[in-house]
Design a binder for this molecule. Structure first.
Ligand code: BZD
Length: 781
């Protein structure tokens, strides 16, 4: 019944049994050896690095589980309001190093592993990234074990294969056979007079929970990431659809959706399981259902989990038997909605709706525009409208994006509800992973210089402003530069071991890493590289001597069905093949597309960058978060006036960023011009035309294969490369010039990092806690 006295037996014996584990080095090595012998059933003579990683991970996991249990108990006893983050993507990266740092155990494990004959850094490298997400949105939430496409590069093109994350037992994830719910698909529902509604028939699928512990920094609080997998049974009553299919593929497309029915089933499966779980927990506290929003806040990560809105309605109406108004009032005080993009193709059904509008032109009435259901054949549900109507508040992820949202996608709703429902939370990044973990040298230097323990600035990133006092201090500048240099060497070592190329680490390192997408304009970057190559080729040897050597890095994945994005990868790889071996230029310009982009690879690339590129067409990148990561690590930014670039410039000062390109208000007009008054590219932008022609002429191989990509620019150029290319090249020239004066450059680097306080995820989470969830921190002591 759940009402028995607990613990059973003698309470003291239970309490002694659950005291915290000892964390001195001998206890750590003892626990490690114990796991080798028992959990892994191996011994010292047959233990390789991977086995040692597993044993060490299991040993740290014991600490996490104890903290996690204490956290659960603490919250169960206090029953405070809880915030739930519903997302279909969680891009977590590695757990081991993060757990060691957050628990403050890294040095002790280092000592312990050394004593046992292992090198902790080697063991950390054995962990696979948990990559249940595509890009920024997934990283921000960063569901279940499933297959994900894993691109590598084969023969110049993107190679796709299942993610090896699932090949080995994952020590960080606990299967919860005891936590499962039945999720129903199809069937029919009926309500007999005076009775509750009953939904029966169709297909029942079991959702089983998998839990991952997520430790906080410098606290015992350890939260839970709960993922759902289809269970090992299914009862197909009216349908033969396979349940296993629901969780076997993580849709690898960002900003587009496809496989409509399966995708919809996934969205329902995950949200229904999560809601059942939330309701069960709420019921444990014995409060009337009308108080639900006082105990539960649910944040929707974009429109993907929007089905939670009608599902909660169904539960309240059918299972709880509430009247419609009461139910709707609960729903609209529980949900909050974050939008991550204004790109039309990401708004479910938008493409179809545009087609409908083309076919049936004419003014459509406001009501029709705001309807949840798009009338037509077939009818469509507008997920974004549903998310807006069903939520208490709606936010964008950077100032400009939140403004654009109000002016475009949700304009009619702003007229209806007023401004106060809509607000902004600028994204943030965690300084634990994106400073301390990826750049320990820099983190140590900051601690030593500011004479404060790391814990202080890692919890209050505004403390970095203290570095401004040292900007002009030559000793500090030298130390700062030395750390950048060693991070560049670490990256060079990585490139040498993975691609077999030696890199000049005194060259400027220029990095662009993000999903491949036309709006992000990796194309502009590669055309810029071709332009630079052609310029170098045309120089005399004496002229070349004055040129700053530069290494350009790309990394990122393309959605498997995104032809132009994949062609861009192919072009980058083939340009690299030519220029990296050209004796005239290879010392001055080289180019790498690093395969297998992941959070862990980003942790190597970001600390090594001198400059990074964030060059989306103005108004298209909602925020971007890697821009923040680079700047925090002292890399400067070349970018358009878009997304969070704008707020970064506000913080660090415009003189420390390299801005170029048209502004958002101009974009619409320019697109109109392109459409109705096209000007040949040779006239509009000869430098770009020359680069495109060189590619067409076969200099970089592959015959005419790039034509479809090149034609996107020659023809309607939706992302306006021809408008921005000249100012882009000028911005890169300014970067070169600035890099010549190394002392000034280092000053810029220090001043940039020092002003990144605003971009801590702690500030972003605090904003959500205040504006939406109405919760306060409840810390375990
Ligand atoms: O979200 C990304 C934006 O493009 C970035 O600018 C932003 O920094 C991050 C975090 O807020 N958006 C996405 O990743 N969006 C999607 O993947 C997506 C996919 C389908 C439908 C809607 C959004």
């Amino acid at each position: 019944t759940g009402k028995e006295k607990w613990p059973r037996g003698e309470e003291k014996v239970w309490i002694d049994g659950t005291r915290g584990l000892d964390t001195d080095v001998p206890s750590i090595t003892k626990s490690f050896v114990n796991h080798v012998h028992t959990s892994l059933a191996r011994q010292a003579y047959n233990l390789d690095d991977f086995g040692a990683y597993q044993a060490a991970a299991l040993s740290v996991r014991d600490d996490l589980i104890i903290n996690w249990n204490d956290t659960q108990l603490h919250f169960t006893r206090k029953s405070p309001k809880r915030a739930y983050y519903l997302s279909l993507e969680f891009l977590m990266g590695r757990t081991f190093d993060n757990a060691l740092l957050n628990l403050g155990l890294k040095e002790k494990y280092n000592d312990g592993m050394t004593k046992l004959g292992f090198n902790l850094e080697d063991l950390l490298e054995k962990e696979r990234d948990a990559g249940l997400g595509n890009g920024g949105l997934g990283r921000f939430s960063g569901l279940l074990p499933g297959l994900k496409r894993k691109p590598g590069i084969a023969n110049g093109s993107q190679l796709e294969a299942p993610d090896p994350w699932l090949e080995h037992d994952n020590p960080w994830e606990l299967p919860r056979a005891d936590v499962s719910y039945e999720v129903r698909f199809y069937g029919h529902s009926e309500r007999l007079d005076g009775m509750k509604a009953i939904w029966s028939g169709g297909q029942e699928v079991l959702a089983m929970a998998y839990d991952t512990m997520v430790p906080g920094y410098d606290t015992k609080n350890t939260n839970n990431l709960r993922l759902w997998e289809t269970g090992d049974y299914e009862r197909a009553l009216e349908s033969s659809n396979s349940a296993a299919a629901i969780t076997s593929v993580l849709y690898p497309n960002d900003h587009t959706s496809f496989g409509k029915e399966l995708r919809l089933k996934q969205q329902y499966f995950w949200t229904a399981a999560s809601l059942a779980d939330i309701i069960r927990r709420f019921k444990n506290i014995d409060k009337p259902i009308t108080e639900f929003p006082e105990y539960v806040a649910i944040q929707l990560n974009d429109t993907h989990p929007t089905l939670a809105v009608p599902e909660l309605m169904r539960i309240l109406l059918d299972d709880e038997d509430l009247p419609w108004d009461t139910a709707w009032n609960i729903v609209t005080n529980t949900f909050f909605f974050t939008n991550h993009t204004v790109l039309p193709e990401a708004l479910e059904n938008m493409l179809f709706l545009q087609a409908v509008e083309k076919k049936f032109p004419g003014d459509r009435e406001k009501l029709a525009r705001m309807s949840l259901i798009e009338e037509g054949f077939p009818q469509n549900v507008r997920m974004a409208n549903l998310a807006v109507i069903g939520s208490r508040k709606v936010n964008g992820v950077a100032e400009l994006h939140s403004e654009l949202l109000k002016a475009t996608i949700v304009k009619d709703f702003v007229d209806f509800y007023g401004q106060s429902k809509f607000f902004n939370v600028t994204n943030g990044i965690t300084p634990r992973r994106w400073l301390d973990q990826c750049n320990p040298g820099l983190s140590n230097l900051i601690s030593e210089t500011l004479q404060i323990p790391k814990g202080v600035f890692l919890k209050d990133l505004y403390k970095l402003e203290g570095l401004l006092k040292y900007v002009d201090n030559p000793t500090f500048q030298k130390k700062w530069a030395a750390i950048k240099q060693s991070n560049k060497e670490r990256l060079a070592h990585y490139v040498e071991t993975t691609l077999g190329f030696k890199i000049n680490t005194h060259a400027m390192f220029d990095v662009q890493i993000k999903r491949l997408h036309e709006y992000k304009r990796q194309t502009m970057n590669i055309f810029g590289v071709v332009h630079r190559y052609l310029t170098l080729k045309a120089m005399t040897p004496a002229e070349r001597k004055k040129v700053n050597p530069k290494v350009v890095f790309f990394a990122g994945k393309a959605a498997p069905g995104y032809y132009i994005a994949k062609l861009t990868i192919r072009l980058i790889v083939n340009v690299a093949r030519v220029i990296n071996v050209d004796p005239d230029t290879k010392d001055l310009l080289s180019l790498f597309f690093l395969p297998d982009y992941s959070v862990s690879l980003a942790e190597i690339l970001i600390p090594a960058s001198d400059i990074s590129q964030h060059i989306s067409t103005a108004g298209t990148e909602a925020s971007g978060t890697s821009n923040m990561k680079f700047c925090l690590n002292g890399g400067l930014l070349v970018g358009t006036v878009d997304g969070a670039n704008i707020e970064i410039a506000e913080e660090v000062g415009e003189s420390n960023v390299f801005f170029f390109g048209h502004l958002t208000p101009a974009v619409e007009d320019l697109r109109y011009q392109h459409m109705y008054h096209p000007v040949p590219i040779e006239e509009k932008c000869p430098a770009l035309a020359q680069a495109l022609n060189e590619i067409s002429s076969g200099t970089f191989g592959d015959g005419g294969v790039y034509e479809p990509l090149l034609n996107t620019i020659r023809q309607n150029d939706y992302y306006l490369l021809t408008e921005d290319f000249d100012s882009y090249i000028k911005a890169l020239a300014l970067v070169d010039e600035a890099y010549q004066d190394r002392t000034e450059w280092i000053k810029k680097s220090i001043s940039t990092s020092a002003k990144m306080g605003k971009f801590s995820s702690d500030r972003a989470i605090q904003d959500y806690a205040q504006e939406c969830w109405n919760i306060e921190s409840s810390k375990l002591t």
